[in-house]
Design a protein around this ligand. Structure first.
Ligand SMILES: [Zn+2]
Length: 286
């Protein structure tokens, strides 16, 4: 999930589930190779828990507890439950009383008003449930949030200066290695379209004005996506698509660019795909 989604889901969780009591938790009913469970930092991303002991340990810690708060801290979305915080890496779904929750899930929380919160992942992600404050878990003090003034133009330009750019492309710099928490592949293309930078152009040959355009695009796109309730390619807590009209996505592939009229292209790149306008985001060869 990108930071805009996390902020949107956080607000929705705050309204839908905060203050409710978990009457029953069902954990890891349908195991997924890339859904990770951990009750302490040393268990994070460990080899798959064959006996399911870590995951099953969640149930007694969740049953009967009140969901106290939903909050995004340092680029991560958490649900605060008792003295622990559950990290949420993929979009949960909320089901009201009298609707049927999905059959498959890695975590299902039944709530005291007979509604449900279900976590079913397609690509995977962490569902860590660590004590608040353990190794800095769920506390402030990490990377500044993109949405704050601390994430300033100077901070961004310094981040570029301090990174070994080698052959990193704009996509690799912005959306890999969790270098900028909350900026992932789902929102990357909108940012680079705004900045008029091709995802494959190497950071080394881009100039400072490109970097400033990237920075301004980050600062423009995230609040706009939050304001619109999410990207039109992604679903929220209640299963609805957002209202932010994507310029470069599977929805606009082969259609004219809103800015210049050239047709939007898609290419396989870095183990994923990139979308861009070949005219206003020209690929600069190194
Ligand atoms: Zn264009």
């Amino acid at each position: 999930m990108n930071l805009a989604e996390k902020q949107i889901i956080s607000n929705q969780l705050q309204n839908a589930v905060v203050g409710k009591t978990i009457t029953r938790a069902i954990v890891n009913q349908n195991p997924h190779t890339f859904v990770w469970f951990a009750l302490k930092p040393s268990q994070m991303f460990c080899a798959h828990d064959a006996n399911n002991t870590v995951a099953l340990g969640y149930e007694s810690l969740l049953n009967g507890q009140i969901i106290e708060k939903a909050e995004v801290i340092g680029g991560r979305l958490y649900l605060f439950i008792s003295n622990r915080a559950l990290s949420i890496d993929f979009t949960p779904q909320y089901f009201t009383k009298n609707t049927k929750p999905p059959k498959r899930h890695q975590l299902l929380l039944m709530l005291n008003d007979e509604s449900y919160l279900s976590f079913t992942s397609s690509l995977g992600g962490a569902l860590f449930f660590i004590k608040i404050g353990e190794n800095g878990w769920a506390t402030e003090g990490g990377f500044p949030s993109i949405l704050t003034d601390e994430f300033s133009q100077d901070f961004f330009l310094n981040l570029i200066k301090q990174t070994e750019l080698r052959s990193l492309s704009a996509k690799a710099f912005l959306a890999t290695k969790n270098r900028i928490p909350g900026l992932d592949n789902t929102i990357l293309h909108e940012i680079l379209w705004e900045a008029k930078v091709n995802p494959k152009s190497k950071m080394k040959i881009l100039n400072e004005s490109d970097f400033i355009n990237m920075y301004n695009a980050i600062k423009k796109v995230f609040p706009a996506v939050i304001q619109s309730g999410g990207l039109d390619t992604q679903k929220d807590l209640f299963g609805y698509f957002g209202g932010y009209i994507t310029q470069v996505s599977k929805k606009t592939l082969g259609k004219p660019c809103f800015r210049c009229g050239c047709l939007i292209e898609k290419e396989a790149y870095l183990g994923g795909v990139v979308y861009y306008c070949p005219e206003c985001q020209p690929f600069i060869k190194s």
